[in-house]
Write a protein that binds this ligand. Structure first.
Ligand code: ZN
Length: 73
């Protein structure tokens, strides 16, 4: 695949919190004030934490709605 070099629109990659894995554009997590990382993979979007079976998984441990990364390095 050829890389487009002269694109004017730069899509900034969001960060993911190292602690709660929330995806944010800030360098500090708005939820838990932990540092964020650019090195993350996957995304879970929680719309309704009470009804979501994904949110009930203990290893995910999500309590708030929003976008979360699956793996944060
Ligand atoms: Zn956090």
């Amino acid at each position: 695949m050829k890389r487009v070099r002269n694109r004017r629109v730069i899509i900034k990659r969001p960060f993911a919190c190292l602690n709660c894995k929330k995806i944010t554009f800030e360098t500090e997590c708005p939820e838990c004030k932990s540092p964020t990382s650019e090195e993350w993979k996957g995304m879970i979007i929680i719309l309704n934490p009470e009804k979501s079976t994904v949110a009930k998984l203990e290893e995910v441990g999500l309590k708030h709605y929003g976008k979360y990364a699956i793996v944060v390095k």
